[in-house]
Design a protein around this ligand. Structure first.
Ligand code: EPS
Length: 390
């Protein structure tokens, strides 16, 4: 599967085309919209979220709720377009009172993007560089999630810190797979612990009062993966590189760790690697999951556990110093309406990115034309694995 997304933050709509979706996969509009809603939620989101009520319109590739094998087109409308249709008009004259964006925000794509494309209005860049585009990624990945659910894989995420407010976890590699998605979604910051949720909300309130923004960390967990997805023979066949690239494709993601991650660099080998055993009934086992579910670029069959770090959003009420691109004098960066914290939302986007890579890994290994063929290929592979450990 591959996809292309398009759409400006305040343009008429976001559009995505997904190609290579196998035929015969059940798709539910309700599921896609539920994911879109999760992405819009989270304590610390800005006023834009009360304007938008993201909902998908599927305009190709699905018939009677099942995929046809042809490209699937997904459209999410921007309700805010109504108030931006003059400033973002596709055709027509430039409004005489148009306010150009000439005070680029440090940390956003504003300045470098304007230099790159040679515009005198940073809006030409920031409209597409906006995290609004992540709504498309979530819609696209909802298809991947339907596929993964069909083959017995569940992907969820939770927030582990916001600013310096942290979820207390003795060993996240042990505890993460046991968190319940329902408990996570009950929390306004998508954190499975009530006390940590309050600490995180307090940190967001404090940042908001000071005109600040906050980043944080979150983990993505995938359960039910078959061993041997991905590859070891080329750099780009490794799931580690594919998942890493997908996660770094989300705006503001600054770090990605698999399993023990950076901590494994401080420990001796015997403390890091997951000892192999054999259970005659269950097959190969591991004494731990420090690798976070990937070994040699392939799934081990244990839970995939990836941690991401997100930087604070660059749109600040306490504007930072910049240079006015018209006067070339020092100025205050523009104060685009923004979110104080979007870590809970970014975690949902990260789930989406991981889900898309994992679904593709299944398709690569088990064929990609139709669901019946794929299910049969998975069944026969499972049989072979069982025989191997007997
Ligand atoms: C964003 C700025 C805000 C965010 C937006 C990302 O939008 P606006 O400029 O309309 O207030 O709310 O995120 C979304 C709209 C979204 O759906 O995630 C930015 O500058 O990146």
């Amino acid at each position: 599967m591959r996809y292309l997304t398009a759409g400006e933050s305040h343009g008429p709509e976001l559009t995505a085309i997904v190609e290579g979706v196998p035929a015969g996969l059940k798709i539910s509009e309700k599921h896609i919209n539920a994911d879109l809603k999760r992405r819009q939620s989270g304590y610390g989101r800005g006023a834009r979220q009360s304007i938008e009520a993201d909902a998908v319109r599927v305009t190709s590739g699905v018939r009677f709720g099942k995929t046809l094998g042809s490209p699937v087109t997904l459209v999410v409308e921007n309700k805010d377009w109504e108030t931006w249709s003059d400033r973002m008009a596709v055709f027509g004259p430039v409004p005489s009172a148009l306010k150009r964006e000439v005070t680029p925000r440090p940390g956003h794509a504003d300045l470098v993007g304007a230099i790159k494309v040679g515009t005198e209005d940073c809006r030409d860049v920031l409209e597409r560089a906006s995290a609004r585009s992540t709504a498309s990624l979530v819609a696209v990945a909802s298809i991947a999630r339907e596929f993964l659910a069909d083959v017995g894989v569940e992907v969820f995420s939770y927030v582990s810190s916001i600013g310096d407010a942290c979820l207390n976890e003795d060993d996240p590699l042990l505890s993460a797979p046991d968190y319940k998605p329902l408990d996570i979604e009950m929390s306004e910051v998508r954190c499975p612990d009530a006390e940590a949720t309050e600490l995180m909300k307090h940190a967001i309130d404090d940042a908001a009062a000071k005109g600040e923004s906050l980043g944080g960390t979150f983990r993505v967990v995938a359960l039910g993966l078959i061993p041997g997805l991905g590859g070891y023979s080329q750099p780009d066949s490794r799931l580690t590189s594919q998942i890493g690239a997908a996660l770094f494709g989300i705006p503001a993601i600054k770090g990605v760790e698999f399993g023990l991650g950076f901590r494994s660099a401080q420990l001796r080998g015997s403390r890091v690697h997951d000892v192999i055993g054999l259970d005659r009934g269950r097959g190969f086992t591991r004494a731990s999951n420090n690798a976070g579910g990937l070994e040699g670029g392939m799934t081990t069959g244990l839970p995939l556990i990836v941690t991401c770090a997100m930087k604070p959003i660059p749109t600040l009420a306490c504007a930072l110093g910049t240079v006015d691109l018209d006067t070339l004098e020092p100025a205050e960066a523009s104060r685009e309406r923004g979110d104080v914290c979007a870590v809970p939302a970014a975690a949902v986007v990260a789930e989406a990115q991981v889900a898309f890579v994992l679904a593709n890994a299944y398709l690569e290994k088990f064929g990609c034309d139709d669901m019946r063929g794929i299910r049969a290929a998975i069944k026969s592979y499972r049989q072979r694995i069982r025989t191997m450990s007997k």
